[in-house]
Design a protein around this ligand. Structure first.
Ligand SMILES: *Cc1c(COP(=O)(O)O)cnc(C)c1O
Length: 451
């Protein structure tokens, strides 16, 4: 296919021409069964042939509205033109040299962008990697090296990846950790601020106090290399901490010589209506991990932080064969430029207004929607047995499946599997967004109404 064959002719509309999944997708799914390891799961077995903006077209010719962005990756939209151009241009020049062997400008330029857009005014530097998990692993390496300490504090409902260290950092056993131990040591878990499930009226600073007392008594403040947290938890259920929680943790870190590390892998790059979620709380982390939305769909990740912390690591202590691959770096530069020029943070705030208004009216109609929450284009609702806070993963799965059958990609999440999350591309048009939400509302009403 040439460039002009693919995305530009894809209308921004939902169009179903077969059942979902269609016959070609089902044939591919059968082939997959014999070829692909069962451990790799799939939410919606519809095989994709092309994408554009907020629409995915499958091999049967169905056009789906994407409210998941490949898990918060394609914020700039599928096959975004400037990203496609940058990738094609770079891959034709050279695709790899290894920055540790012979460097190239785009790696430096991505680091410059990261040092500019991440929170904090002081001197910062960055290092580039391939995946979110790899970025988190490296943030921990850097924090340990810079502080000379070992303990890493993480939270209930946290998700930080699937490698050995990041499995230890992740809270949920099934499916991420079950049977994969032993896990890395010196990882300590404390309660997060989860307003819907915390005691009534527990403030952010009170929730921080609850966590910090445990750290002080069970770990010892002087042993803590870093406190690692998602400013809004992603896989754990889009948990937005109470105001003041993050700031209290960050100031405790400063007072005790520990580093505050923000895992902004899911929340970063305009998703929550600002460049990074920490900014809503005025918190400046010592280190920030990024990935997902950074490069318009190409695999890239980074650790960015205060220069004196990052540069504490000896020369040669950080790196990897592919980290900061030139094609991924070119894509990131195009994606970041687009975020700036099209004000995708503002777009995310407008998306959030539309989504939250719709979720509020749904909640008004259904007692089973226990909580709605989120920021910008990262919103979710939590399904419970009416009148209780008992999770209802069955209703959640049924609503997600009904959306899929109607041609709208939505994802679930949450420690209890009872949260439906919305992560539309930030470039989605309002009409298409509203149509996707109509489908979600109808699915929710028909599933919950039938109970
Ligand atoms: C997805 C995610 C990761 C892991 O990223 P991968 O690229 O899948 O390794 C880590 N932290 C958070 C908050 C994430 O959402």
């Amino acid at each position: 296919m040439t460039r002009t064959d693919v995305p530009s002719f894809i209308a921004q509309e939902r169009r179903l021409v077969t059942e979902i999944p269609g016959p070609r997708s089902r044939a591919l799914e059968a082939r997959r069964g014999a070829a692909v390891a069962d451990g790799v799961s799939t939410s919606l077995p519809v095989y994709i042939a092309a994408g554009s903006g907020a629409v995915l077209v499958d091999v049967d010719g169905n056009a789906l509205i994407d409210l998941g962005s490949g898990i918060a990756v394609t914020g700039v939209g599928h096959a975004e033109e400037s990203v496609v151009d940058a990738v094609q241009e770079q891959v034709a020049r050279f695709s790899h040299t290894c920055f540790m062997v012979t460097p190239y400008e785009s790696y430096v330029a991505v680091c410059e962008e990261l040092n500019t857009v991440t929170p904090g005014d002081g001197a910062k530097v960055s290092a580039l990697f391939n995946s979110g998990a790899e970025a988190v692993e490296n943030a921990v390496k850097i924090a340990r090296h810079a502080t000379g300490r070992q303990a890493v504090v993480v939270f209930d409902h946290a998700y930080h990846g699937r490698t050995n260290l990041t499995m230890a950092l992740t809270a949920k056993s099934m499916p991420y950790k079950d049977g994969f131990g032993p896990f890395a040591p010196e990882v300590y878990r404390v309660p997060v601020s989860y307003p819907f499930r915390d005691p009534e009226a527990m403030s952010g600073p009170e929730a921080a106090e609850r966590a910090l007392r445990l750290i002080e008594t069970q770990v010892g403040a002087d042993n803590v290399a870093c406190v690692l947290i998602e400013p809004i938890q992603g896989e754990g259920g889009f948990v937005v901490p109470a105001p003041g929680f993050l700031a209290a943790l960050a100031s405790w870190c400063t007072a005790h010589g520990a580093l505050f590390v923000a895992d902004e892998i899911q929340t970063g790059f305009c998703r929550t209506g600002d460049w990074f979620a920490c900014q809503h709380e005025g918190v400046v982390p010592d280190l920030v991990t990024t990935a997902k939305g950074i490069a318009g769909g190409m695999p890239l990740a980074a650790v960015t932080g205060r220069a004196e912390i990052m540069n504490a690591v000896h020369v040669g202590g950080l790196g990897g064969t592919y980290g900061g691959n030139p094609v991924a770096c070119s894509a990131a530069l195009a994606a970041i430029a687009l975020m700036r020029h099209r004000d995708l943070a503002g777009a995310a705030r407008r998306i959030g207004d539309v989504v939250l208004e719709r979720l509020r009216s749904l909640q008004g109609a259904h007692d089973a929607i226990g909580d709605i929450r989120g920021r910008g284009a990262m919103c979710a609702f939590e399904l419970v047995q009416p009148g209780t806070k008992k999770a209802d993963p069955e209703a959640t799965g049924a609503i997600v499946r009904a959306c899929h059958a109607a041609g709208v990609v939505v994802l679930s999440c949450g420690t209890f599997g009872n949260v439906i999350r919305l992560l539309p591309p930030l470039v989605i048009g309002e009409e298409l967004l509203r149509e996707g939400l109509d489908v979600l509302s109808e699915a929710t009403t028909s599933i919950l109404g039938a109970r």
